[in-house]
Each structure stands twice: as C-alpha cells, then as structure tokens.
Design a protein around this ligand. Structure first.
Ligand code: ATP
Ligand code: MG
Length: 305
C-alpha cells in the first residue's frame, strides 16, 4: 500500500515536474522586451579593469562630394565596451564606422572634418602611420570576404603578410585566433581547405579570426550577422562577448534584439533630410526602456525605420 502510494506520489511529482518544465519552456519562448534583454546583461564598468584601448570622436563630419552625410558626431567608446550603432538606412552608420579607421578616405570624393582619438591621439594628425591605424582598428564587413582561394590557415595569417609583420610561432597564433573567433573546433582538421569551402557563418568567423591575427585593440563590425542564420548569429554574438573582455567593439546592426543582447551602449543615428546626426547615446538598457529623445523612442519601438 505504502509502495503504491509512493508510486502515486511519484507519478504526481513527475506530472508536477512536467508541468513546471512546460511552464518554464512557455516562459522561455515568450518574447522578452528589448529592455528586459538589455537589462539582463552584466553591466561592464569602464575603468574597472584593463580592457583595451578606447576611442573618442569629436565633431566628426563627413561628405561625399558636396553631399554632407554626417554632422558633428561626438561619441566616446570606452575601452572594453561594446557599442551598437543603430538607425534607419542611409543615416550614415557605415560612413561613421569608416571614419574610425581611416577607411573613409579610400572612397573618391570623400571628405572629413573633426577628430578621432585612439587612446587619446588623433588618428588624422599629420604624420600618422595610416597602416598602423588600420592594424589597431580592425574591421569586419557585412558580407564575409575571406580570400576564397587561400586556405583557411592562410586566410587567418594573411593580414600579417600584407602588413609585413613577423611572428615567431604562427601555428600557435593561428590556433588562438581561430579559438577566439569561435571557429577552431569546426576547422582544426581542415586548415588546408579553401576559405571559400566554409559556410557563410563560418566564413564570417574566419574573417573575425583574420582581423584578430594583427592584434587590433578596436574592432569595427558593420552588420556582421545580417546575412547569417540564427545559429551562426548566435555563435558570432558569443564571439563578440568573449572578445569584448580585451577589446573595444563597435557594431552596426539593424537587429534591435542583437543590439540589446550584445551591447553595453547604444547610439541612435538619424538623417532627417539633411546629414546624419547622432541623436542619443546611452547604456543600452536605457535606450530600450527610457530614451530621452522622442525620435529614439519611435525608432526602437518600431514606429518608423
Ligand atoms: N561611396 C559613396 N558615394 C556617395 N555617397 C555615398 C557613398 N556611400 C554612402 N553614401 C551616401 O551617404 C549616406 C550615408 O550612407 P551610409 O552607407 O553610411 O548609411 P548607413 O546608415 O550605413 O545605411 P545602411 O543601414 O543602409 O547600411 C547615404 O545618403 C548614402 O547614399
Ligand atoms: Mg551601412
């Protein structure tokens, strides 16, 4: 009798457990608000650890020919933090990103005013070694662009070769870059295959590994997940969180959930007919819960853009 009763209790308990699991799963699949997602992140406090090198912009303007596309952007990117740049298409996010490592001037007709300070020094000061700046401030683009006919291993080390940098143990460096980019376990047995043989998500992580090989202190990412499936996106977001322990990261994204998941700070850009301006910057949880500017609120709540 006692045994039967225990079984009954056991069944009841199991049933209750199942219900609890079911309830938990329901809770988990219920979409969280952006503010909740952002609020769940551990807040990183600038200045509390050695986190890398910060970047500041002071009154940055950009033009293409006579067209003024970016006006008076002053933003601080504290060392070791992740900042998301958000805003509607055409407001100047990519242009701004390119001003941060002197890629903007590659574009014919492009002009610039203002200052970009890397670790306190203006990267546009006369006599600056531009190659060094681009090594210190790496960039990952929207579309993964590995060298398709180079092997996976050669791709990782290609930046060293281009910059004519010498490293003693390139095998170790290759492995550590692939590990930090979250790709090592997937490619360690196929390092001699071509970069083009990888999936889109793997190619993007290969590009991240390639940018890490030259040891940048800041990493710029322009919509790095926009062409990727949710699984690859998740892997890259994990990679971003890991990298942010030692680097400063600035990521452009159209995905509000992604901004909420990965960034410490969010800056909202907008072009209202004229050049793009930076409307508001704040800790990400604040941008999604209590933005100051009505235009930010309208954008993050999906009323436009
Ligand atoms: N190479 C170029 N030559 C001329 N104008 C350009 C060039 N690149 C961008 N622009 C213009 O500069 C403005 C800002 O473009 P940018 O690409 O920086 O916007 P964005 O915010 O990154 O947009 P998206 O979200 O669509 O990527 C736009 O008006 C665009 O048409
Ligand atoms: Mg862009």
């Amino acid at each position: 009798m006692g045994i039967e009763s225990t079984d009954d209790n056991g069944i009841q308990e199991q049933h209750n457990n199942d219900k609890a699991v079911e309830k938990k799963m329901q809770t988990q699949v219920t979409p969280s608000s952006l503010a909740t997602v952002a609020g769940n992140r551990e807040v990183r406090v600038p200045g509390s650890e050695m986190l890398g090198i910060g970047l500041e912009t002071r009154g940055v303007h950009a033009w293409f020919g006579k067209k003024h596309v970016l006006a008076d952007v002053s933003l601080d990117f504290a060392a070791g933090t992740v900042t998301a740049l958000i805003g509607p298409s055409g407001c100047g996010k990519s242009t701004f990103l390119r001003t941060l490592n002197r890629m903007h001037e590659f574009i014919p007709t492009a002009a610039l005013a203002g200052q970009v300070l890397l670790d306190g020094r203006d990267i546009y000061a006369p006599g600056t070694d531009v190659t060094k700046i681009r090594l210190n401030v790496g960039m990952v683009f929207q579309k993964p662009n590995p060298f398709p006919s180079m092997t996976i291993g050669q791709n990782v080390l290609s930046g060293l070769k281009l910059a004519q940098l010498k490293r003693s143990n390139t095998d170790d460096l290759m492995q550590s870059c692939l590990e930090r980019a979250g790709l090592w376990s997937e490619v360690k047995d196929r390092l001699n295959e071509h970069g083009g043989a990888l999936s889109g998500g793997q190619q993007q992580r290969l590009c991240i590994a390639r940018s890490l090989a030259v040891e940048p202190q800041v990493l710029l990412m322009d919509e790095p997940c926009s062409a990727l499936d949710p699984g690859s996106t998740f892997r890259i977001e994990q990679t971003i969180s890991d990298l942010a322990k030692t680097m400063t990261i600035i990521i452009v994204t159209h995905n509000m959930q992604q901004a909420a998941r990965v960034s410490d700070y969010t800056a909202f850009f907008l072009s209202d007919g004229g050049p793009g301006v930076m409307v508001e910057v704040a800790p990400t949880s604040k941008i999604f819960s209590a933005p100051i500017d009505k235009r930010t609120e309208d954008y993050v709540t999906g009323r436009f853009g």
